[in-house]
Ligand binder design. Structure first.
Ligand code: FPP
Length: 249
């Protein structure tokens, strides 16, 4: 599904508001291929991708989704050419500056998961501004995964938990799933109900490995810059048709 394979406009009232996913997570993939298809450079593809970010955030707010996690930059993305990494950081900063006011007015709270200490100082300052401004907001909670990798998150959890065992704060015998979850970046956030990946790749790419144990998956061939409200609502309708059994009969 993409702009050339059009998706019929949908009516939001078709959605069953009592069966919405509480938490939607998205692997936003395909900016580079979109750029290639349109014979422009990869950075312009990311620029177009940030417009799609804006649309999906506003759509979640409108529909009443409570948590949205966007995989915006992975730990592996640091290995891309410096020019592309720098451009992504500039785009992120631009996005934070331009969206800050509207996010706050629309009662959207923004937080970050990942190794924020690795981000450039100016980006961290901008993130801090938005997080501080929006911290009491309660409609939609937007989680940006930045310099995020699930394996690094699990390693960090193991280090913190073992330190706490050493200092006597945690009894090793008492370590259970709840204890692990409480020491991940996502503590306090419900696990995703629905994970969407754009651009057709059938993989998880080191995203929320612990948290997606029982998450419903949806992979669309649409390249991220072409992803919009109509397709998002179609996916929500598909989600609503699924029978979630969580390992039970
Ligand atoms: C994947 O496309 C996308 C990314 C690595 C970054 C996602 C970034 C954005 C959507 C824009 C900026 C983000 C915000 C929050 C404003 P790709 O480059 O891997 O595409 P390809 O697989 O087709 O090459």
């Amino acid at each position: 599904m993409n702009s050339s394979n059009s998706i019929s406009p949908v009516n939001l009232t078709d959605l069953n508001t009592s069966n919405l996913p509480t938490h939607v997570a998205i692997i936003m993939d395909g900016n580079g291929r979109w750029a290639k298809k349109h014979r422009i450079n990869r950075i312009q593809g990311h620029e177009k991708g940030s417009e799609a970010v804006r649309e999906v955030v506003q759509t979640c707010r409108e529909i009443g989704i409570r948590h949205l996690t966007l995989y915006a930059f992975s730990t592996e993305n640091w290995q891309r050419p410096k020019k592309e990494v720098d451009a992504l950081m500039v785009l992120l900063k631009r996005f934070l500056k331009s969206e800050r006011k509207e996010m706050h007015e629309k009662n959207i709270r923004m937080s970050v998961i990942g190794q924020i200490e690795r981000l450039p100082q100016d980006v961290r300052a901008e993130l801090q501004k938005v997080m501080t401004l929006t911290k009491k907001n309660s409609a939609l909670h937007l989680h940006l995964a930045l310099s995020y990798g699930a394996r690094a998150e699990i390693v960090r959890m193991a280090q913190v938990v073992s330190q706490k065992c050493k200092s006597g704060q945690i009894d090793p015998e008492a370590i259970d799933e709840q204890c692990v979850a409480e020491h991940l970046y996502t503590h306090g956030i419900p696990d995703p109900d629905l994970l969407i990946r754009t651009s057709g790749e059938m993989r998880i790419s080191n995203f929320l490995l612990w948290q997606i144990a029982y998450t419903e998956l949806y992979v669309t061939p649409t390249l991220w810059p072409d992803f919009g409200k109509d397709e998002f609502v179609h996916i929500l309708k598909d989600y609503q048709s699924r029978d979630r059994r969580f390992g039970r009969v």
